[in-house]
Design a binder for this molecule. Structure first.
Ligand SMILES: Cc1cc2nc3c(=O)[nH]c(=O)nc-3n(C[C@H](O)[C@H](O)[C@H](O)COP(=O)(O)OP(=O)(O)OC[C@H]3O[C@@H](n4cnc5c(N)ncnc54)[C@H](O)[C@@H]3O)c2cc1C
Length: 270
């Protein structure tokens, strides 16, 4: 591997229109948010952008707005802000709990929710909340439902140069999240998010497979009986789950069941 410095440009646009034009004019440009995923990628020479478009000055990516029905977060909201915001803890307690469990203080004070969602690392926490709550992603071009957003390993519905501006969560106090973390990084080995809706249940599983996914069987079981007993004979097949040096697919399958029980008990405790 070459240790030569990578030559790239750096700009900090003042408007979404300016940022969008920079990205359109320079196909090899990349958005820079908190840099907690992108900078390690650059250090490892896994990407060689010609230009970094730093979005920290964009007002359209800032702010936390909460009303009776929803919580709207600017994409540049840092994990530490979500973790510490008392109004988020009141409106979406499981989201605040999730943010408090991301990595360590340094990453939480730099990393952003928009960066986490755009990157869609299988070990990221927020995709489970977005999918498990049925949130909406707002970009500079359109609104994308959570069910359409996460398309694969490190892949999303975002088109080239499309900017993630905001995330709109429906307000739900009846959610729970449990992750079994990697002991060093805190990244998700296996996690489960459960939301009890008025007319059903949403269950999202992260970490266990290449991309976060909704778990149809768990949703059906819990919609029939929102009770720990409904998970007693649940068994997750190992097929299709991630296997790596930390955890076999069979062990991850066990962890899905464990995390589901713990997430359910968190919902029931509210
Ligand atoms: C040691 C360590 C431990 C970590 N542990 C955890 C953990 O426990 N849980 C967890 O969830 N995450 C964890 N992370 C990842 C961390 O949360 C990152 O902050 C996050 O994944 C990326 O956010 P960022 O703002 O740093 O994005 P960046 O690194 O700046 O960008 C990431 C990617 O998203 C794109 N992007 C960023 N913002 C936008 C936008 N608004 N619109 C379009 N594209 C955009 C960038 O171009 C880039 O491709 C960890 C990271 C480290 C280094």
């Amino acid at each position: 591997m070459s240790n030569a410095m990578i030559d790239f440009g750096y700009v900090r646009p003042r408007s979404v229109a300016e940022a969008a034009k920079l990205l359109a004019d320079e196909p090899e440009a990349k958005v820079l948010a908190g840099g907690q995923s992108l900078i390690p990628i650059l250090k490892q020479r896994l990407a060689r952008p010609s230009l970094l478009v730093d979005v920290q000055a964009l007002d359209a990516m800032r702010g936390i707005e909460i009303d009776d029905s929803r919580v709207r977060l600017g994409a540049f909201t840092r994990h530490a802000e979500v973790a510490a915001n008392a109004r988020i803890a009141e409106a979406l307690p499981a989201l605040a709990h999730m943010a408090r469990g991301i990595a360590h203080p340094q990453v939480r004070h730099m990393g952003t929710i928009g960066g986490s969602l755009a990157h869609n690392d299988p070990g990221a926490d927020y995709p489970a909340a977005v999918l498990g709550l049925g949130a909406t992603i707002v970009t500079d071009r359109r609104r994308i439902a959570a069910d359409e957003f996460f398309t694969g390993l490190f892949d999303t519905a975002l088109a080239a140069g499309e900017l993630l501006l905001q995330i709109e969560f429906p307000r739900h106090r009846r959610s729970g999240y449990c992750k079994i973390p990697h002991p060093a990084s805190g990244l998700v080995n296996t996690g489960v998010w459960i939301t009890r809706l008025g007319d059903g249940v949403r269950v999202a599983v992260n970490g266990a497979s290449p991309c976060v996914f909704r778990h149809g069987e768990l949703e059906q079981r819990l919609a029939a009986h929102f009770d720990p007993a409904s998970l007693d004979d649940f068994q997750q097949p190992a097929q299709g789950l991630n296997a790596d040096m930390h955890t076999s697919a069979e062990y991850r399958a066990q962890l899905v069941a464990v995390a589901a029980r713990r997430a359910l008990s968190m919902v029931l405790s509210h």
